[in-house]
Design a binder for this molecule. Structure first.
Ligand code: HEC
Length: 253
């Protein structure tokens, strides 16, 4: 009896509109122009490096990037010396050593990015119970990809209608349900760019989105290069096959 009742309740919950949508309908994500979109798309190196800086100085306090190794930063234009310095500034937990103890050491280029929290529970407990997801694949993991991430980061607006925003939650136009547990991470001049670009919220959102599009698909450029080569090959092959066909059929009337 109890089982049947909970089954019916479960079904009703499935059918009812999700409670997270209670605050209002989420705004449509506007499309942005990205250098890495399109057939010949490539990542802008300066933007990638600035994006890394934003991730490192702002997002890394709460979000990990565990699928990326420090040495991968060489692919976006950092020199070997810079990569070593970045890695060495991190503390990595390693071990066990010969005595069976875990120990801490400075990072090496081959280490993956150190996560800000040792486990999910610690991450939740530091963030009001909400879990800041690892950002390595976030651009692939969300519908709308880069456009969504950019909109999310710039979508902390004043609610249009009177919406009650509970303690510890923030209104964001583009987050499903419009109430997110992440406070707006970007503020004007939040970082001082190494290349002296003006750090507006828009610029930082664009740069960090470009950087996270790269972490989600570092092979994008070589994939597109291969694609273009294959297309060229197919066009030439088609031309040759057509010429051969004309030659073979030339004498048949
Ligand atoms: C103070 C901690 C904190 C900082 C700093 C922070 N975030 Fe978050 N972030 C969170 C939390 C907590 C969540 C989970 C929100 C929720 O579940 O409502 C989150 C969620 C997200 C999500 C997932 C949204 C979704 O669709 O599920 C993305 C993407 C994200 N953050 C990107 C960033 C980026 C990029 C930065 C740096 C510019 C950043 N965050 C900085 C705490 C933070």
């Amino acid at each position: 009896m109890y089982k049947a009742l909970s089954g019916v309740l479960g079904l009703l919950m499935l059918l009812s509109p999700s409670s997270t949508c209670a605050a209002g309908t989420t705004a449509e994500v506007p499309a942005q122009v990205w250098s890495f979109k399109g057939l010949f798309g490539t990542f802008s190196r300066p933007s990638l490096q600035r994006g890394y800086q934003v991730y490192n100085e702002v997002c890394a306090g709460c979000h990990g990037l565990r699928l990326v190794a420090y040495r991968n930063l060489a692919e976006i234009g950092f020199s070997e010396k810079q990569v070593k310095k970045i890695a060495a500034s991190m503390t990595v937990k390693d071990g066990p050593n010969d005595e069976g103890e875990m120990f801490e050491r400075p990072g090496r280029s081959s280490d993956r990015f150190v996560s800000p929290f040792p486990n999910k529970q610690a991450a939740r407990s530091a963030n009001n119970g909400a879990y800041p997801p690892d950002l390595s694949l976030i651009v692939k993991a969300r519908i709308g990809g880069a456009d969504y991430l950019y909109s999310l980061l710039t979508g902390y607006k004043e609610p249009k209608k009177v919406t009650e925003v509970p303690e510890g939650m923030y209104y964001n136009l583009y987050y499903p349900g419009q109430l997110i547990a992440m406070p707006s991470p970007l503020s004007e001049d939040g970082v001082e760019y190494a290349d002296k670009t003006k750090a507006t919220v828009d610029q930082m959102a664009r740069d960090v989105t470009t950087f996270l599009a790269w972490t989600a698909e570092p092979e994008l450029e070589s994939r597109k290069r291969t694609g273009v080569k294959v297309l060229l090959f197919l066009i030439i092959l088609t031309g040759m096959l057509y010429a051969v066909k004309r030659k073979i059929w030339a004498n048949i009337h």
